[in-house]
Write a protein that binds this ligand. Structure first.
Ligand SMILES: [Zn+2]
Ligand SMILES: [Zn+2]
Length: 271
């Protein structure tokens, strides 16, 4: 079994005159909804350093922790760093054994449960990624009271993901159906953003900059940097490895130091 290192030498990036590309933690394979095999993912680390982090749980492929441990074993034999994209609010609690064995865990929200009803973000995701021209559910998600309930539930599941499941990275932190109906500064009040950032900073959880969804927006990143957050790069690609143009522009616009980014391993935990 592969044991994760207990600490990350993040300082190495800042001292380099010609720094290595930042490590891409969020990459899918055909072990969930990606199109590329683990063997081909192992080859593309030559393009830039990256791991694999498939959805958990995922239908018939990553159904339970035995499946996760097999995935970890196969991918790490190929030389890959291995995480999962843990479905916050949906996935069963992770056992300590599986958590320890993985190199990192990305927690991410794709739907929320409100009063017994599941509110999915898939259509919103397709829209913000430019795969659909219209967002048919727009009307519903512009309701202020409904937006507030979604935001509160997001904070609850992130809190649980940190306290119970010890996630290392918060994937696409401000993605929800709200992203599809308005600017981040409008649909996410400053006070809500500060609460989400505080959860991450206090929980030792890195804030992901997600290439596919183009989140979080600049003001969120500036607030996170001021609060002392750590960050993580995630292309969230389901296809071939492409340049991280949007991510590079987002990092530059918020002037985030490379020394604050994870490098393929979790931070050592104090607790
Ligand atoms: Zn996701
Ligand atoms: Zn993903």
């Amino acid at each position: 079994m592969v044991r994760p290192p207990r600490a990350v030498n993040v300082g190495a990036f800042a001292r380099d005159s010609a720094p290595r590309p930042l490590f891409d933690h969020h990459v899918h394979s055909d072990r969930s909804d990606g199109t590329v095999s683990l063997a081909d993912r192992a080859k593309s680390v030559r393009i830039r350093p990256h791991g694999v982090s498939d959805h958990y749980p995922w239908r018939d492929k990553l159904r339970n922790e035995d499946d996760v441990l097999r995935y970890l074993d196969e991918a790490s034999r190929l030389g890959l760093r291995v995480g999962i994209e843990y479905d916050l609010g949906v996935a069963p609690p992770l056992t300590a054994r599986t958590h320890e064995a993985l190199h990192y865990v990305i927690g991410a929200i794709h739907q929320v449960e409100l009063g017994g009803e599941w509110v999915g973000f898939d259509a919103a995701g397709a829209f913000v990624k430019g795969r659909t021209k219209r967002f048919a559910e727009r009307e519903r998600f512009t309701d202020a009271a409904f937006q507030a309930r979604i935001r509160e539930r997001m904070l609850e599941v992130v809190t649980e993901g940190i306290a119970r499941d010890h996630i290392d990275i918060l994937g696409h932190p401000t993605f929800s159906a709200l992203q599809a109906v308005g600017d981040g500064e409008v649909v996410y009040p400053e006070e809500w953003q500060e609460r989400l950032i505080a959860l991450c900073v206090q929980g030792g959880v890195a804030i992901e900059i997600n290439e596919s969804y183009g989140v979080p927006h600049r003001e969120f990143l500036l607030r996170a940097a001021r609060a002392g957050a750590t960050f993580s790069v995630g292309s969230d690609t389901h296809f071939e490895i492409k340049p991280l143009d949007k991510t590079a522009a987002m990092i530059a616009a918020a002037d985030l130091p490379w020394s604050r980014f994870l490098a393929g391993a979790r931070l050592a935990r104090m607790s």
